[in-house]
Design a protein around this ligand. Sequence first.
Ligand code: GUE
Length: 291
Amino acid sequence: MILLDGKKVSNDIKNEIAEEVRKMKVQGEKVPHLAAIIVGNDGASLTYVASKVKACERVGFESTMVRMSNTTSEIELLDKIEELNQDDDIDGFIIQLPLPKQINTQKVLMAVDPDKDVDGFHPMNFGKMALDMSTFIPATPFGILELLDRYHVETKGKHTVVIGRSHIVGRPMSILMGRKGFPGNSTVTITHSHTKNITQITSQADIIISALGVPNFLKAEMVKDDVVIIDVGITRVVDETSPKGYVITGDVDFENVSKKASFITPVPGGVGPMTIAMLLKNTLLARELRH
Ligand SMILES: Nc1nc(=O)c2c([nH]1)NC[C@@H]1CN(c3ccc(C(=O)N[C@@H](CCC(=O)O)C(=O)O)cc3)C=[N+]21
């Protein structure tokens, strides 16, 4: 079994980006600037945005965190987005999801300038991705592709099973794995809450990408030998014995499934850190597009 070490690979990527930034500075160019809007004060969201800001500092990017109260109206958020769209100093920005229920997420995502949409959530960019045009690929799927690439995991002709059809992970992942190229050229099955007899499907998979959010959902009995496992789950499970009071738990019963797997991502230290690294990569791309 080979561990797909997202922590290590994301560090390698950050070092590569930091090197690019150093070159920009030497040439007297402006460094990339990422902004993140966070609405509300949900603990998990704050932690994620804080780690994005920290990652910016680490590679030498500028970053701006925009905090808005959880009673923010849709209009107020749309105004803020327009401000960032117009701000020439900002190369890219994200709106941390999920948003409070008074706000229509789809409407908000459509207000982002597609050239600054480093999350790749605007329908224009999602469409480009589906049509193999160059664009911002959503950070988590992009990170998974990068991990598969750097570990030379064969995807061509393999049966990839994606669990979950979210707009952020499952749906884009199912498109990307079936695209021409590498990683890609997989035969893809996408499963969701209405899928019947999921074990019958997962047990035929060469590659399983689980983005469900149900801790320890995928058991050893549901997979075949030498399967490749990508665990996107990051559920906080209460644990009084740990210093933070919770442990981050994946969708995969790691202890048992890892015994059958050829490659597997750990949680934490797998897909999560890759997400952050690829957001930086998209921000670098956004800056290059604009200058
Ligand atoms: N507009 C938007 N873009 C996002 O990219 C986005 C979002 N909204 N909403 C929430 C999800 C979640 N997400 C993660 C980022 C880093 C880790 C990460 O670094 N995880 C560490 C553990 C971190 C910890 O200890 O809490 C790991 O898995 O090793 C996890 C999850 C980005 N998301």
